[in-house]
Design a protein around this ligand. Sequence first.
Ligand SMILES: Cc1cn([C@H]2C[C@H](O)[C@@H](COP(=O)(O)OP(=O)(O)O[C@H]3O[C@H](C)C(=O)[C@H](O)[C@H]3O)O2)c(=O)[nH]c1=O
Length: 191
Amino acid sequence: MQFIRTAIPDVIIIEPTVHGDSRGYFVETFRQDKLEEFLGYKINFCQDNESKSSKGVLRGLHYQLPPHAQTKLVRVIHGRVLDVAVDIRKNSPTFGKYVAVDLSGENKKQLLIPRGFAHGFVVLEDDTIFAYKVDNYYSPQCDRGIAFDDKNLNIDWILNHNELNLSAKDTKQPKLNETNDLFEFGVDYYA
Ligand SMILES: Cc1cn([C@H]2C[C@H](O)[C@@H](COP(=O)(O)OP(=O)(O)O[C@H]3O[C@H](C)C(=O)[C@H](O)[C@H]3O)O2)c(=O)[nH]c1=O
């Protein structure tokens, strides 16, 4: 299992080891000990999620506010997405910047998105199954979002705007500079 820091160092790509043989393959998709050793802090996931989407679906950009802020460990079981994490920690040197990673059932890559980031993905193949762990329970009251097409983020979602399929909620999210519901850089949201 390899851990690779991205251009935003707190966002980490995880590449599990795939053991293939004549029957198929085996992969350890999560190892708490190895993850905590790399992170240098404890992490306790408490909820697993799964969503299925057709090509063109865009879910995001979402996050939960403290005290229900979530770390997400995301992966694609079948299909392919472009997965995006946006730094929404005020005063961060990478505030408003994003990381985009191609996750697929084929490459088995995962992305660790810490508290303080908005998360979203666009689905690039039909019948894509997206699975992820979170370390705080779902809290509708603390659920927030940022507009996927915020010009100040300038996210390249690959697909054309007219190919996208969003929830009503996601067509009405505020731009980053229109919300105060953000995080502070340097605050330990894991304390
Ligand atoms: C997130 C969540 C949702 N729900 C219910 C609420 C709705 O009845 C239904 C769909 O919820 P929503 O439209 O918010 O689902 P997504 O658009 O896939 O949202 C997720 O996608 C983006 C990319 C994320 O990173 C978040 O985990 C999450 O916001 O599932 C639950 O019961 N539990 C949950 O944890």
